[in-house]
Design a protein around this ligand. Structure first.
Ligand code: SF4
Ligand code: SF4
Length: 127
């Protein structure tokens, strides 16, 4: 019998986009090529415009730039802070496609718990 796919237990439409506020969202070479294609830029232009280098504690990564956000302080530059959504969904990096790597999202469980206990369906806890 075919296996039934596991049910997703989170709903990103009810979340203000916490995962997009992670400081380090890695951009691999293929992600950069996809971004460049999406915006009609060269790889070098896309790299300069959309990414920066993170170097600390033995880590050396190319990551997405951020911009200001009224909820989390700072969030991915491609995140629409009013609509609370990704503006480049089809061209987003692999790490964004994979997240949360399973059928559960820890932050979503947290926010759902807090909203229930605060009796406020719009409550946004600080992470
Ligand atoms: S933190 Fe979880 S629920 Fe919120 S947008 Fe990211 S994956 Fe979706
Ligand atoms: S590219 Fe899109 S999905 Fe990825 S962190 Fe930025 S806004 Fe979020």
């Amino acid at each position: 019998m075919p296996k039934t796919p596991a049910k997703i237990t989170y709903d990103c439409s009810k979340c203000p986009g916490y995962c997009c506020s992670y400081p380090r969202i890695e951009v691999e070479d293929r992600d950069l090529a996809r971004l460049a294609r999406h915006f009609g830029l060269t790889i070098e232009q896309a790299e300069r415009k959309f990414t920066r280098r993170y170097r600390a504690d033995g880590v050396d990564e190319r990551i997405l730039r951020h911009h200001k956000d009224h909820i989390y302080g700072s969030i991915c530059r491609f995140f629409d802070t009013d609509e609370r959504r990704c503006t480049i969904y089809a061209a987003r990096p692999g790490v964004c496609r994979d997240y949360p790597n399973g059928r559960k999202c820890g932050y979503y469980n947290f926010i759902r718990f807090e909203r229930k206990h605060q009796h406020d369906p719009d409550f946004i806890p600080s992470a």
